[in-house]
Write a protein that binds this ligand. Structure first.
Ligand code: FAD
Length: 405
C-alpha cells in the first residue's frame, strides 16, 4: 500500500509527485505507468525528438536519480485495469494488486483510430508515445509518400517535420480549414498557406472511406473513389481519454472523468487530472471541457498535490499552448471558442503577427505567431478580461499591456 498512487507516468502524473515532494509530503508515493520509460515530455515527439534534434535522454522530465532520491516508486510497464474504490485497491494487467490512500488518475488518452476498413492495418500510425514516434520515424525513412489524416496540431506538426526531412506529404482534413476546432479562420488560412508553400499537398473537405492494403497500407481511398498512394499513414484525429477502469468503477464521466474544481472525481479519495479530466473551466465560461495541454496537466497536478497536503485551492489557471511548425512558433493563451470578433495585429505576410479574440467586447484569447512579446502581454490582457476596441488591439505599435487600466 502506498499513501498516494498515481496512475499514468506522463506529464500530469510526474508533476503530482514532484509537487508533493516540493510541498514536503513525507508519505509513500508510487507511479504506475504502462509505458516502459520514466516520464518524458510528449510535445517533442512530433517536433525536436522526431527531427533528431533532441535525444530521448533530453526529453525525460527528470533523471532516474531524481525519482530515487525523492523515494518515488516507479512501477513501469504495468497497466491498471481495474479500480476498487471501496477497498482502495487497483489491479494491474499482470494481476498485481496495489493499495492506495489517495489515487490520482493521470492517464491521458490513446490516439483515436479511424473507424473505417483498413483503419488498423500495419503502417497506420497514431502519435502519442515514444514508441509511436520511433515507429513513425522508422517507417518514414523508407516511405515514398506519406499521408497525414487530420489537420489539427499533431497532424500539422507531423506534416512539417516529415516535409523538413524531405518527405512527400499529403495532408487530408475533413473540414474546410485546418485547426478548425482551436483557432479562428485567419490563423487556419495562414497555416494552410505555409504548409502548401513548403510543399505539402493539403486537401480540405475530404472524407476518407478506407485504408487500402493487403498486409500493409498501400493507399488511402477517399469517399469520391480516388486512391492516394501511401507507404505510411499518420492519423491525428484526436484522442480517446483512457478512463475505462475508472468509469467501470462508478466514476461519473464518459468522454473523460468528471472532476470538480479541486480535481476530485465522484469517487472517494480519487482525483483525475490532465487530458482525461473533464472540468468546468473558468476561461470557457464554466463549460465542462477537457484540455489537452502540458499547462493543464501541470496546473491540475499542482492543485491535487496541494490539496493532498491540505492547501486546497481550486483550479483557475489560464490555458496556454504552443506549437512549432517549420520556423514558426505559435503560442496561444486563453480559449477562443465562441469568439464573435477576431482582430489581427501585424501582417501575416511578415510571418510575425497575432490574432486577438473577443466575445461581447471582452478579450478571451490570443494566438501569436513568432510574436513572443504579444504572447506574454496577451496572457495579461486575457487574464484581466480586458475590454478594448478592435482599433486599439489592431495597433501593433502599441504594446498590449498599455491597454490595461
Ligand atoms: P500523458 O502525458 O499522456 O500521460 C499519461 C500516461 O498514462 C501515458 O504514459 C499513458 O500510456 C499512461 N496510461 C494510460 N492508461 C494507463 C493505465 N490504465 N495504467 C497505467 N498507465 C496508463 N501540449 C502542449 O501544451 N504543447 C504542445 O506542443 C504539445 N504537443 C504535443 C505533441 C504530441 C505528439 C502529443 C502526443 C501531445 C502534445 N501535447 C502538447 C499534449 C500534451 O503532451 C498532453 O496534453 C499531456 O501529455 C497531457 O498529460 P497527461 O499527464 O494528461 O497525459
Amino acid at each position: 500500500r502506498f499513501d498516494v498512487v498515481i496512475v499514468g507516468a506522463g506529464h500530469g502524473g510526474a508533476q503530482v509527485a514532484v509537487m508533493l515532494r516540493t510541498q514536503k509530503f513525507e508519505g509513500s508515493i508510487a507511479i504506475i505507468g504502462d509505458e516502459p520509460e520514466l516520464p518524458y515530455e510528449r510535445p517533442p515527439l512530433s517536433k525536436e525528438y522526431f527531427a533528431g534534434e533532441k535525444e530521448f535522454e533530453r526529453i525525460q522530465l527528470r533523471p532516474a536519480k531524481y525519482w530515487d532520491e525523492r523515494e518515488v516508486t516507479m512501477l513501469l510497464g504495468k497497466r491498471v485495469v481495474s479500480v476498487d474504490p471501496a477497498a482502495h485497491v487497483v489491479t494491474t494487467d499482470g494481476g498485481e494488486t496495489i493499495g492506495y490512500g489517495k489515487l490520482v488518475w493521470a492517464t491521458g488518452g490513446a490516439p483515436r483510430m479511424l473507424p473505417i476498413p483498413g483503419g488498423d492495418l500495419p503502417g497506420v500510425q497514431g502519435v502519442r508515445t515514444r514508441a509511436d514516434a520511433d515507429a513513425m520515424k522508422a517507417a518514414s525513412e523508407t516511405a515514398g509518400q506519406i499521408v497525414v489524416i487530420g489537420g489539427g496540431y499533431i497532424g500539422l506538426e507531423a506534416a512539417a517535420v516529415l516535409t523538413k526531412a524531405g518527405k512527400k506529404v499529403v495532408l487530408l482534413e475533413a473540414l474546410d480549414r485546418v485547426l478548425a476546432r482551436v483557432a479562428g479562420e485567419e490563423l487556419s488560412r495562414f497555416y494552410e498557406k505555409e504548409h502548401r508553400d513548403h510543399g505539402v499537398d493539403l486537401r480540405l473537405g475530404v472524407s476518407v472511406a478506407a485504408i487500402e492494403g493487403e498486409t500493409r497500407v498501400t493507399g488511402v481511398r477517399l469517399a469520391d473513389g480516388e486512391v492516394i498512394p501511401a507507404d505510411l499513414v499518420i492519423v491525428g484525429i484526436g484522442i480517446v481519454p483512457a478512463v475505462e477502469p475508472l468509469v467501470a468503477a462508478g466514476a461519473e464521466g464518459g468522454n473523460g472523468v468528471l472532476v470538480d474544481g479541486l480535481c476530485k472525481t465522484s469517487l472517494p479519495d480519487i482525483y483525475a487530472i490532465g487530458d482525461c479530466a473533464a472540468h468546468e473551466n473558468h476561461f470557457a465560461e464554466g463549460a465542462c471541457i477537457r484540455l489537452e495541454s502540458v499547462q493543464n496537466a501541470n496546473d491540475q497536478a499542482n492543485v491535487v498535490a496541494k490539496g493532498i497536503v491540505g492547501d486546497e485551492a481550486p483550479y483557475h489557471a489560464i490555458p496556454w499552448f504552443w506549437s512549432n511548425q517549420y520556423d514558426l512558433k505559435l503560442q496561444t493563451a486563453g480559449l477562443s471558442t465562441g469568439h464573435d470578433q477576431a482582430v489581427l495585429r501585424g501582417d501575416p505576410a511578415t510571418r510575425s503577427f497575432s490574432i486577438v479574440y473577443l466575445k461581447a467586447g471582452k478579450v478571451i484569447a490570443i494566438d501569436c505567431v513568432n510574436a513572443t512579446k504579444d504572447y506574454v502581454q496577451g496572457r495579461m490582457i486575457v487574464t484581466a478580461g480586458l475590454v478594448a476596441t478592435a482599433e486599439q488591439l489592431a495597433d501593433a505599435g502599441t504594446p498590449l499591456k498599455e491597454l490595461l487600466p
